[in-house]
Write a new protein. Sequence first.
Length: 134
Amino acid sequence: MIGVSFFISAAGYLAFSGAPSLLFAMLAVMLAHTGGSIEWVFSTALLQMHVPDELRGRVFAVEYAALTLTLAVSSYFTGVANDAGVPPRTLAAGLGALYMIPGTLLLAVLWKPMTEVEPEVRSQESGVHTSRLP
């Protein structure tokens, strides 16, 4: 779902870049940030599940520092591009296109068809309990 969430964000920003009205623009940004929220929740849950307790605080501190740095660098280059004459709609479309890169990479690396999922996991996902008592 993390890879899919990047495509949701991309769709939102691409829609925002061509928004014909303020209402449509607000809905497009809401869609983009919904994708970001899905990504954040899933990645945070996975980190909590897989990082040892004694390292969790450090890992989350590094993750948040990387996020802050990425937001600062992104904001800086967006401002520089805008000052250089790149229209805001073009910047929004470019951001939407950039979101497709990690989405594609994550789907390529993490995607597993249901035939590859272990039967026990598949039964747990469907809510069917398959274990038998002796």
